[in-house]
Design a protein around this ligand. Structure first.
Ligand code: V47
Length: 404
């Protein structure tokens, strides 16, 4: 191991022979990679060389730690008016299998798992204009009553935007009211690909990239952290993936509020894009690696096992990822779209996956605090507190971030 680089001498030579010496030198010096570097990484034939570079960044931040969480997913409604072409989950209100979970239904689902040490409820749903605002606060309050210690990570930026529009409330007020009801953070969904082209082709019924980023930054200013996803492997180009990641990187420079970047591998089954082949395992690993290398200011890169399959996610722990997400009790969005992973992966299985990959399993809460004693875990890996009491944002729908 050459102490200066963190790469073994052999790995360093390997990367150099693959023609990646200049990117290696930047990574070793913790210099930010450019868009051109990103293009080189996407086009490079040697996936293992990319993995070595991403692994260097990953181990520098997290050593051998690989995070997971015991969590429950609840999809409160599948009724959605956005009409996204990539989605197999949504239904119109008239379809026979359309549903909305009442707060009592949500309570029942939670009570089915009360004996499990669940730390997080991840709750998202469709853009359903028929629900009153009190529905959202009631559901959160119900969750906190049933399990007072649970962290509620709920509602994507898209759902927040829809609430603001439907209830004629500024985004900030929506977020404050949800936070007051017990919302702990926001998941990273709804970002898809943050470009005009992808927006027009795939999801023009939803907010665009500027609104998504503005709402994320508003949440962060209010002390609510979030994640950021990227849905890849459909109509987007490599350039668009880089636009997406660079936009997130710039937003993170401003707020520091993103916890994890989660590349989501497209599942075409039962969608209007069923003719597009699913990304290969190699593409999934490459995307994890490029994400880690480009998003130098994101603390965590998540290999979401439900989307990638457990085995590819496990390999991802050597391609830049440091988190597998959770036990995910009850998940519907991806199963509609043909994901074959088992519905429930027990805590033990996640631990085994991580140990078999030669990593050190660390159970975490939503905010990446280790649950239980993990001697030797580097405190530097913990999230830094968000600056609180930041000045209120101006109108988030008219663009206040300076990003475009
Ligand atoms: O926004 C929808 C994606 C997302 C498909 O924040 C699809 O911790 C693949 O955001 N194939 C929702 N993807 C899920 C999500 C998420 C998942 C896990 C953890 C976190 C987190 C967030 O799922 C949507 C969309 O981008 N999606 N349909 C599909 N056919």
């Amino acid at each position: 191991m050459s102490a200066a680089s963190g790469l073994t001498r052999l790995a360093s030579r390997y990367v150099e022979q693959a023609g990646l010496a200049s990117i290696r030198d930047k990574v070793v010096a913790s210099e930010r990679l450019t868009r051109e570097d990103g293009l080189t990484l996407y086009r490079h034939p040697d996936l293992l060389a990319l993995g070595a570079l991403a692994n260097l960044m990953r181990e520098r931040r997290h050593g051998d730690a690989a995070y997971f969480i015991v969590n429950q997913h609840i999809n409160y409604t599948n009724i959605c008016v956005a009409g996204c072409k990539f989605c197999a989950f949504y239904r119109t209100a008239k379809q026979s299998d359309a549903y909305v979970l009442s707060p009592a239904d949500v309570e029942r689902r939670m009570r089915e798992h009360l004996d499990e040490p669940i730390r997080e409820i991840h709750m998202v749903g469709g853009v359903n204009p028929d629900l009153p605002f009190s529905y959202y606060t009631d559901v959160i309050r119900t969750m906190k009553r049933v399990r007072p210690d649970v962290h509620v990570k709920a509602f994507t930026m898209v759902e927040i935007a829809a609430m603001a529009e439907n209830f004629q409330m500024p985004v900030e007020e929506v977020l404050v009211r949800l936070r007051d009801a017990g919302l702990g953070s926001l998941p990273g969904g709804g970002a898809e690909i943050l470009t005009d082209h992808a927006h027009q082709v795939l999801f023009k019924g939803k907010i665009d990239h500027q609104a998504w980023i503005d709402i994320a930054l508003t949440a962060h200013r209010l002390g609510l952290r979030s994640n950021a996803t990227m849905l890849y492997g459909h109509v987007e180009t490599i350039d668009e993936r880089l636009d997406h990641m660079i936009l997130l990187r710039e937003a993170q420079d401003i707020s520091g509020g993103f916890m994890a970047f989660i590349p989501l591998s497209f599942h075409p089954e039962n969608t209007r894009l069923a003719h597009i082949p699913k990304p290969s395992a190699a593409e999934d690993l490459r995307q994890l690696a490029v994400g880690r290398l480009m998003l130098d200011n994101f603390p965590h890169i998540k290999a979401y096992w439900i989307m990638m399959t457990p085995r590819v996610a496990q390999q991802g722990l050597h391609f830049g990822a440091d988190d597998l997400d959770g036990t995910v009790v009850t998940e519907e969005i991806f199963h509609e779209a043909g994901a074959v992973s088992p519905q429930e992966v027990a805590r033990r299985q996640l631990v085994d996956l991580i140990e078999q990959a030669g990593r050190n399993p660390v159970e975490r809460d939503t905010l990446y605090n280790p649950v239980g004693p993990y001697p030797g875990l580097d405190d530097a890996a913990r999230l830094q507190p968000l600056p609180s009491a930041a000045p209120p944002p101006r109108d988030v729908r008219t663009g206040t971030t300076g990003l475009s």
